[in-house]
Design a protein around this ligand. Structure first.
Ligand code: SAM
Length: 253
């Protein structure tokens, strides 16, 4: 890849590799309940479940950024999954959200968000809105989130849940995220939650100086990669092996 300056691979410990092994993409398609997430009258203590998720799955595996941890503690993940799966929302695996797509494992969301290094004034792009959960986590951390989803029904559902939960700084766009969003570029960070075989060049072009692109790249299993735009080009490192659904649209050509 042109302009690529450096390639480093960070070593990760056993628990992280185990977490990755759990990041299997599920393909069942249960569909959404009409009203979205679980209601307040459910007899569960969601906050206790979230605290436990943070402690056992996320802090225990080395996520340290206090703003990222606080955001993961705040966002009500059970509202972003189908009602029938709400009781599994804080478990250590991805869940189906319909249309053969998934909401990612909580640890993967935390790791990708930490790798993005989000700052309060940032404008960031997400490719692959899915349930809207990753967008909500980002919305807690930055000024403006643009999120592109290629499947219209998912985009519509995510918009509804994000609005219902007060996330006014997220704009969901229906389209093919391969091209990014040139009219809003450059971005202070770009996060991609579907895997292309190769990095889409427009996404690299739409990074501001100092910004990171966090993206799974590969076929069945992928590498989670972080590209950073510098004054003189691009740097890149590989974080860990992951398994995401494939990026569809132009990435498949
Ligand atoms: N970030 C999501 C969340 O928090 O629920 C999970 C994303 S799911 C693993 C991947 C999503 O990427 C799916 O909703 C899929 O439809 C979407 N996707 C796949 N290819 C895409 C493309 N070219 N442009 C935009 N979205 C795409």
């Amino acid at each position: 890849m042109q302009g690529l300056r450096r390639e480093t691979r960070s070593s990760r410990s056993g628990p992280i590799r185990m977490a990755i092994a759990l990041a299997i993409v599920l393909c069942a398609a249960p569909g959404w309940a009409d009203q979205g997430g679980a209601g307040d009258d459910e007899p569960r203590n969601w906050k206790i479940m979230r605290d436990r998720m943070l402690e056992r799955q996320i802090e225990a595996r080395g996520i340290r950024n206090p703003r990222v941890l606080a955001a993961m503690r705040r966002v009500e993940r059970h509202r972003f999954v189908p009602d029938s799966l709400a009781n599994q929302a804080y478990e250590d695996h991805p869940l189906p959200i319909g249309e053969q797509q998934t909401i990612s494992q909580p640890f993967i969301v935390a790791a990708m968000t930490e790798a993005l290094d989000p700052q309060p004034g940032d404008r960031v792009l997400e490719v692959g809105t899915g349930s809207g959960y990753q967008a909500a986590v980002l919305a807690e951390l930055v000024e403006q989130v643009f999120s592109i989803e290629i499947i219209e029904t998912l985009a519509r559902q995510a918009k509804k849940v994000l609005a219902a939960n007060g996330y006014e700084n997220v704009q969901v766009i229906v389209g093919d995220g391969y091209a990014g969003l040139p009219e809003e570029a450059p971005f202070d960070g770009i996060i991609v939650t579907a895997a292309p075989g190769k990095v889409p060049p427009p996404l690299l072009e739409q990074l501001a100086i100092g910004a990171h692109l966090v993206i799974p790249v590969g076929e069945a299993w992928q590498e989670l990669r972080v590209f950073t735009r510098t004054e003189s080009g691009l740097e890149s490192k590989t974080l860990m092996p992951v398994r995401f659904v494939p990026m569809t649209g132009k990435a498949e050509e």
